[in-house]
Design a protein around this ligand. Structure first.
Ligand SMILES: [Zn+2]
Length: 395
């Protein structure tokens, strides 16, 4: 049965699915469970095969499939549409996050832009395909993973589903993936990745009345910071640049040192965020920074770099050209124009790409309206996005 697009988005927004951001998923507003429930009911109504996949207790991906004319394991094509279930938290919002409100052609509410708008467009498209069953339609799988906004654990579990026997809900590795995120109807073909690590300087504690008896770890870190700033400004930005994503960057984001004002601190810790260009190796980027620091004359003491605690993958436009051409042609057909863009933020597309599946990012709404205290989505873009995804899948 067909879906009402705006009503579907309203229902998605009205169901809290806040990512616990590393905390507990307990509590009615946190975790994706209620949205998973809603999607399961919707997939039943539309008449699709579906399956849940537990990622952590209480947090489940849900996957649905509409079979094409030809089985995907017998020469038929397999297109995957991906839209994450979670949203960022709502603290500080100036609108009621879960009472979807339409004003001046926009729908307001948490998740409207990131990324329930894209999800609604995909649900609408797959429901219409199920109703019409156009000839030569590919098999279309829709994946709705948990935990995009914090740990990427949901998307990492998905590839298990296409490995092994063909009775699975994703019968084989897909031919193409569209990942829903607010791209303003541009086709995102490349994005940066990230490597993050902590670094410490050590000293010796002493009473601050007699600082000469100690060795101040914060003073040492000051010299490390100056070196990092020089490295960020003079080295990282110059090594290479991507024509769509711009230069690589480095930023020191946090610093902690000392326990009390009357003690010479024996430890200081910073956290470093290095944004990677498409295809740049996180391990090499980390190693390059560590080596640079070790060559600076003024740093005549040991600096203790932990191994990276986070590595976010990149998306390269070298791996998705044919898919991007096809999607861009459909976008142009519907809107009269199409931009191919590179962005700085990470997405699920990088994980599909790393698994060898061409992937692009596409959806209604602007990233400027995502995560904001009055998040909203323009409804004309929502309608265009739904039509584009429908036409793309119809082939
Ligand atoms: Zn998102």
């Amino acid at each position: 049965m067909p879906l009402d697009l705006i009503e579907t988005l309203s229902q998605l927004v009205a169901i809290p699915s806040v990512n616990p951001m590393g905390g507990s998923a307990a509590g009615a507003r946190f975790g994706e469970a209620r949205l998973t429930e809603y999607l399961e009911t919707l997939f039943d109504r539309v008449g699709l095969n579906h399956q849940r996949q537990q990622v952590t207790p209480g947090r489940e991906n849900i996957i649905a499939r509409l079979d094409g004319d030809r089985s995907a394991t017998d020469g038929g094509r397999l297109v995957l549409l991906d839209a994450h279930q979670d949203t960022v938290p709502v603290a500080g919002m100036t609108i009621d996050p879960w009472t979807p409100t339409i004003r001046d052609g926009r729908l307001y509410g948490r998740g409207s832009c990131d990324t329930k708008g894209g999800m609604a467009a995909m649900l609408w498209a797959i429901a219409r395909l199920a109703e019409e069953r156009p000839p030569r339609m590919p098999t279309v799988v829709m994946t709705c993973p948990v935990d995009e906004e914090y740990g990427f654990t949901g998307v990492q579990a998905l590839s298990e589903l296409w490995q092994g026997d063909s009775e699975r809900i994703i019968p084989r590795k897909p031919d193409a993936v569209i990942v829903a995120e607010p791209t303003g109807l541009g086709v995102v073909v490349a994005h940066k990745g990230v490597v993050r690590w902590r670094c410490h300087t050590h000293g010796r504690a002493a009473h601050s009345a007699n600082p000469a008896a100690g060795d101040n770890a914060v003073y040492k870190m000051a010299r490390v910071l100056e070196a990092f700033q020089r490295y960020a400004e003079k080295v990282v930005g110059q090594v290479a640049s991507h024509d769509l994503c711009g230069p690589a960057t480095l930023s020191v984001g946090t610093i902690r040192g000392g326990d009390s004002v009357n003690t010479v601190p024996d430890l200081c810790t910073i956290e470093i965020d290095r944004r990677l260009l498409p295809n740049e190796d996180p391990e090499k980027a980390y190693r390059h920074a560590v080596d640079y620091l070790s060559r600076q004359k003024e740093i005549d003491f040991p600096v203790d770099h932990e191994p990276p605690f986070l590595q976010g993958l990149t998306l390269s436009d070298e791996d998705n050209g044919v898919l991007a051409d096809r999607l861009a042609a459909v976008v142009e057909e519907v809107t009269g124009q199409c931009r191919r863009v590179g962005v700085s933020y990470g997405t699920h597309a990088a994980f599909f790409s790393a698994a060898g599946v061409p992937a692009v990012v596409f959806g209604p709404g602007s990233i400027e309206n995502a995560h904001t205290d009055d998040e909203s989505l323009p409804l004309d873009e929502l309608e265009q996005a739904a039509e584009i995804i429908y036409r793309f899948c119809r082939g």
